[in-house]
Design a protein around this ligand. Structure first.
Ligand SMILES: Cc1ncc(C[n+]2csc(CCOP(=O)(O)OP(=O)(O)O)c2C)c(N)n1
Ligand code: SF4
Ligand SMILES: [Mg+2]
Length: 238
């Protein structure tokens, strides 16, 4: 009697295992919601590097508190690490909330995201006392020199002589948030350009791991290309 050979299903090649970090998480575990910011906004580039940094450091998203104020930049914690805890506070008041949250829970890591308006204009009083008190928070200032969310008025970091589309010229000198942080004793201060991925990553590598003492990073989203906003080397202060 003739027998029909059994048909065997084609054998699929095993899929390569997804890349994971030292705690077994994938980069997807560090992602957040879809951004609602303008296409090409430097704030998005910074969110991407935050994802890379926390993935590479192998910090469990649930161990992080994300704190912010008000502004386009302050919206960005919604676009990374959605498994972390998050608090979007009042304009310029993120430092108080960070201080209170870290007093209540000293085991978590804290990441503050703020704008130049949020930090250097309305929130400057809060910012200086956070520095002075040595609160252990990674504080990122996403500095574009304007109040982006409210249509681009000058902030306190805008360069003297800058011109708005309306023709208005800024006649006030800027506050340099990095110098201020150094003067007040911040332990790691770095400045980088959001459009330079390599430079942002290098700054992260030079920074000490979080959880020790307060650090400030100012990441300029400058689209005007003036001299003061060219990237400068990170400064380490003890
Ligand atoms: C108490 C208070 N004052 C003013 C405003 C209006 N306001 C909202 S965001 C903003 C400025 C945000 O600028 P910045 O921190 O530089 O963030 P960006 O939008 O540039 O990222 C202002 C003035 C507000 N929300 N609350
Ligand atoms: S900061 Fe400017 S470019 Fe960025 S989302 Fe806000 S308005 Fe758009
Ligand atoms: Mg701004």
């Amino acid at each position: 009697m003739a027998t029909t050979p059994a048909t065997s299903a084609p054998v699929e090649a095993p899929k390569p295992a997804a890349k994971t970090n030292r705690i077994g998480l994938q980069v997807l575990d560090y992602r957040g919601g879809k951004t609602t910011l303008c296409a090409g906004c430097g704030h998005n580039a910074i969110s991407e590097r935050i994802i890379d940094a926390f993935y590479e450091m192998g910090i469990k998203p649930e161990r992080l508190m994300k704190l912010s104020g008000i502004g386009c930049s302050s919206k960005s914690p919604a676009y990374f690490m959605s498994r972390s805890h998050s608090f979007n506070s009042v304009h310029g008041r993120m430092p108080s909330v960070a201080t209170g949250a870290l007093l209540a829970n000293r085991t978590m890591k804290a990441l503050g995201v703020s704008g130049d308006g949020d930090t250097a204009s309305i929130g400057v009083g809060q910012f200086v006392h956070l520095m002075r008190r040595n609160v252990p928070v990674i504080y990122i200032i996403e500095d574009n020199g304007v109040y982006g969310l409210t249509k681009g008025q000058f902030s306190a970091t805008a360069d003297i002589g800058s011109k708005l589309k309306t023709g208005v010229i800024n006649d006030l000198p800027p506050i340099d948030t990095c110098s201020l942080a150094i003067q007040l004793g911040a332990t790691f201060v770095g400045r980088s350009f959001s459009g330079d991925k390599k430079q942002l990553l290098a700054m992260r590598l030079r920074a000490p791991l979080p959880g020790d003492r307060r650090r400030v990073r100012s990441r300029h989203n400058d689209q005007r290309g003036d001299a003061r906003r060219q990237p400068s080397a990170p400064a380490q202060v003890t």
